[in-house]
Structure formats: C-alpha cells, structure tokens
Design a protein. Structure first.
Length: 468
C-alpha cells in the first residue's frame, strides 16, 4: 500500500454509497482502532490478535496493518482536517464514529492506491457492519466534504506557529510538542516529529556465539535482498522488509530482532566473559540475551521481571538462541532485592519502564496512550528500580540506566538526583566507554540516540561506576 504526500488530493468525486459488506481488512482495522481508543489496548497486541483470528491474504494483512498504524500515527493531522469538515466539535462525536472518520480520512489524505470513492463507501459499510448504521449518514457526509476540501486544509506552518505545526501538521500531542520545543527548538523538534512518523527499520543482531554479522549477511542475502551492515552497532544488520520470524536463520538462533539503539545500550554496559550480571527489567529479553551472548557459559545473567508471562518470553528467546547461562527470577525490582540469587553483581542494567516517547515510530499509539501525568508515576518507579539495582553491585561495578524516552524527568534529572544521594557512584568518563558508543555520548556524559539524527529509536543511557 503506497502512502502519498499528506494532504495532496487527487481528483475524483465519491460515488454514492452502496449496500454490502466492507472489505475484511478495513473492518479488522476499524475494530482494532476502536479497541485502542475505547479500551486503551496496545495497538500491536490488538492487531496481532485480530490478524491471528482472521484468515487474510498477505496483501490484506499488510493493508490492515497500514491502516491501523497510519491512522494512529497521523491522528492529530486527521483530526485537524476532520474538524474543518464537521458541524460539531470532534469531542462530541461517539468515539467509534470518530474512529471510522479517522480511518476514512487516512485513506483519502494519505493513500494513493485507494480511490476517494472507495474510502468513503467502505467507511460507511464499516459503520453499518459495526452496528453504527445510524451514523452512516454522518460518516458519508463528512468524508465527502473532506474529499472536496482537502487541498485547502493545510495546517499551520512551522515558521508561523511552531506548536500548532507540531500538533496539527506532524501529529504530536500538545504536551509532548511543548516539551520538545523547549528542549530542542522549533527546527530540531520538527525534525524529531517527522522522524517519529516514519516507518521504523527492521534491524537484526547477529548471535556472536553462532556467526559473525558478515557471515549472517552472506547467508541472508539471497532471502533478504535489501540486507546490509547497519551503521552504528557492531553486531547489527539492516534487513529491509519481511518476516524475520519465518526465516530459518532466526528459528535456528543465529539472530535476534533488535533496534540499533537498544543494542548500543548493551555496548555501554560492556558485559565481560565470566561475569555475573543483573538485568532488572528483562522482558521481553532482547537485551538479556545480548548480555548472555557476551558473558559466555562461564558467566551468569540473572533476568528479573515482575510479569511472569513476559518473563517466559525471555526463556523462550534464550532457548532459541542456545543460551544456558540465564536464570529467570520472577521479582518486582521496585522492592528490595537482598535475596536475589547471584548477588552481588559485577554489572547491572536497569532498562526502566518509561513513557516510550523515543519509539513513537514503532509504537504509533503510545503518543495518545501516555498522558503527561503518567510521567511523575513512571519517574517514581524508575527511581526505585535504580536504587535497588545499585544496592546489588560489587565495589567497582558498573550500573547502566536506560530508557527509550526523551523526557528529562525520566532521564538526566532522575540520574542527577540519584548521584546527589549516592556519592559512591560517578558518571563514567568517555575514555572508559567502548568505542562504538562514544559518538552518541553528549557533553553531559550521557548517551543519547535520536530518530532524526541517527535513524534509530530514541534512547537515553547513563553508565555509572561504583567507586566504593
């Protein structure tokens, strides 16, 4: 499915609506979007479940996926256009009806391969199939009006109104847009927003116990014609497009899917063969298994998570990769960890639960699900995790704190508060860090990766050394 330039309209008037069933891909997308909106479901989980339950062709699966993520990614821009085509505030519409309007508007404004008439007609059919027949007239009228007016619905320009541009043109919620503008300025904030709306790359990490990344690339080349060595992480490959789970090299444990920024966090931790290492928030296991690959069979990785079902994913990944040096511990890292097996540790990783605003291109719904008031609660959890992990370290040990967000309260401000209370820790110097991560370490000593600068997810990481 080809996406076209936002708000650039083709000609063609919508045909009158016809009775009948909507295409199943559109109906699946509508139902998933409704669950995300009404039940705050996670889009990836809801979509996976829906695609598992429906027998769709490869083409229809791809179309449903495009509709879900595209509609979520561009919701702010869609709402700006729809607001100009309705006679009442969008907030007064039934949530399911607004979801159908957004779904239809995404097809009208962004998808070249969908004729305007089909976008309108199929949206009406979805309304009828989902039990919203009484709203089908409204859906039809608003989308017809959008088709007629879309060329005149340009949102505010960055130069004229930076905040409104980020909100209405680049689909960033206002509270996030304000934070990015204050931290980065208009040009960089807009670049970050644009990058956050792109489709993320598919990146692999070679399992060094089974192959080098060059050997892996040679094997994958015939099946993945776009595969190449990635730019930043030493074990990373950029794969292009496809289903890695069905590839024999994946099934046989020769690689793991993991973004380069996530791989660089493990580079910063720098686990050594034979060491005991704690991963306090281990699930789903990409960093845990990367650590275990480096410590070898002589080492030991204690992988903790408070969610047993997600912890099971770590065990599944370890078995696929042939790793036997991971010990799974069902534990809440926000509570004291005095009885933790393997303690004290040479190294510890706290990849903390966070607002996830560095991964908006990968998790399109996160920008709408996370609320500004959530940040304070998350910071409290992050502080507890950092405190408890620090208590498990040997003198001279290394502690890495990381998040996939870009907010100071969850990152540098939190680490600064921790250091103020723990003089036994210091920020590691650039000279102490692995060569691969040094380009990403900024003047304050913290590692940051940026979607608009590095083409990776947005991560923050601090390497702290225990001096006593």
């Amino acid at each position: 499915m080809t996406a076209r330039a936002p708000l650039r309209r083709r000609g063609g008037r919508p045909a009158p609506t016809r009775s009948g069933s909507p295409t199943i891909a559109r109906l699946v997308a509508a139902r998933v979007l409704d669950r995300v909106e009404s039940a705050r479901a996670y889009a990836d989980l809801a979509l996976h479940a829906a695609l598992r339950d429906e027998r769709l062709s490869v083409r229809d699966r791809a179309f449903a996926t495009e509709l879900v993520y595209g509609t979520l990614r561009w919701r702010g821009r869609l709402d700006f256009a729809l607001a100009a085509c309705t006679d009442r505030p969008l907030a007064q519409l039934e949530p399911a009806v607004l979801t159908l309007l957004r779904l239809g508007a995404y097809q009208v404004l962004f998808l070249d391969s969908v004729p305007d008439r089909a976008a309108v007609d199929e949206s009406v059919r979805c309304a009828q199939a989902m039990g919203w027949a009484r709203a089908s007239g409204l859906v039809n009228a608003v989308l017809r009006r959008l088709v007629r007016r879309d060329a005149a619905l340009d949102p505010p320009a960055l130069e004229a109104d930076p905040l409104a541009h980020l909100v209405h043109a680049l689909s960033i919620p206002e509270w996030i847009a304000r934070r990015w503008l204050a931290a980065l300025g208009p040009a960089q904030a807009a670049a970050l927003a644009r990058a956050s709306n792109e489709t993320p790359p598919l990146t692999a990490r070679a399992n060094p116990l089974r192959n080098t990344r060059e050997e892996l690339l040679a094997e994958l080349g015939p099946r993945w014609p776009d595969a190449k060595l990635a730019a930043h992480a030493p074990l990373a490959l950029s794969l292009g497009h496809g289903d890695p789970g069905s590839d024999p090299a994946f099934r046989e444990g020769r690689f793991t899917v993991q973004d380069e920024a996530s791989q660089l966090v493990v580079e910063l931790l720098e686990p050594q063969p034979g060491e005991r290492v704690l991963d306090l928030c281990a699930a789903p296991g990409s960093k845990t298994t990367a650590i275990a690959e480096r410590t070898s069979e002589r080492g030991r990785v204690v992988a903790c998570d408070r969610n047993q079902r997600r912890l099971d994913l770590v065990g599944r990944a370890a078995r696929r990769l042939g790793l036997t040096n991971i010990e799974l511990v069902h534990a809440d890292g926000t509570q004291p960890l005095a009885q933790l097996p393997g303690a004290p540790f040479a190294r510890a990783l706290v990849d903390a639960p966070c607002s996830g605003l560095g991964t908006l291109r990968r998790n399109a719904d996160a920008r709408w699900r996370v609320r500004e008031e959530d940040v304070r609660t998350l910071a409290e959890t992050q502080r507890a995790l950092l405190e408890n992990a620090a208590a498990t370290l040997l003198p001279g040990g290394v502690l890495v704190y990381s998040t996939c967000t870009l907010l100071s309260e969850e990152n540098e401000a939190l680490v600064a508060a921790f250091l103020a209370q723990h003089p036994e820790f210091r920020i590691a110097t650039r000279a102490e860090l692995p060569v691969a991560v040094r380009p990403f370490v900024e003047a304050d000593g913290f590692m940051r990766t940026w979607p608009h600068r590095h083409g990776t997810d947005g991560f923050f990481a601090a390497r702290l050394a225990r001096v006593a």
